[in-house]
Design a protein around this ligand. Structure first.
Ligand code: 5GP
Length: 128
């Protein structure tokens, strides 16, 4: 059980409804991947579930097994199709998902960022 309330007006909900366009990378039964509108690396793709989930812990608790399998496989396919997989000669990637205030999540629909195309440096800025 979760107490999350999903905001149906968020920008990714609007992309899923086809109200605004996206630069699609992959679409599956339960997932959609598209290029970030403001890329922070040479490759920067967002992968979202089609279901109304606010963040990763909401999804983990409330999504069906079929949605979770589809989403996980979609992430893998995106990495593969973008040529990022180290076992296939790719340079690698960073996958992250921001949640809530501490994570500075801007869009309240679960998304993982997949970034690559260059060495990305340390994961978090060092605090003095
Ligand atoms: P967050 O801070 O929520 O983890 O990341 C939200 C991401 O969504 C940002 O990287 C931002 O550039 C991206 N974004 C925001 N609006 C749009 C949009 O309309 N289209 C696409 N493709 N990406 C968006």
């Amino acid at each position: 059980m979760t107490s999350y309330a999903y905001d149906t007006t968020n920008i990714f909900a609007r992309i899923l409804r086809g109200e605004i366009p996206c630069n699609k990378v992959l679409e599956t039964a339960h997932s959609l991947a598209f290029h970030d509108i403001a890329p922070q690396a040479p490759v920067h793709v967002l992968v979202i579930p089609k279901g109304a989930y606010v963040n990763a812990d909401h999804f983990a608790r409330a999504a069906s097994d079929a949605e979770i399998v589809d989403y996980t496989r979609a992430i893998g396919r995106v990495c593969e199709e973008l040529g990022l997989c180290p076992d296939q000669g790719g340079l690698g990637y960073r996958m992250l998902s921001n949640g809530g205030e501490a994570g500075v999540q801007e869009v309240p629909h679960l998304h993982v960022h997949i970034a690559g195309g260059r060495v990305l440096g340390r994961m978090l800025a060092q605090l003095q």
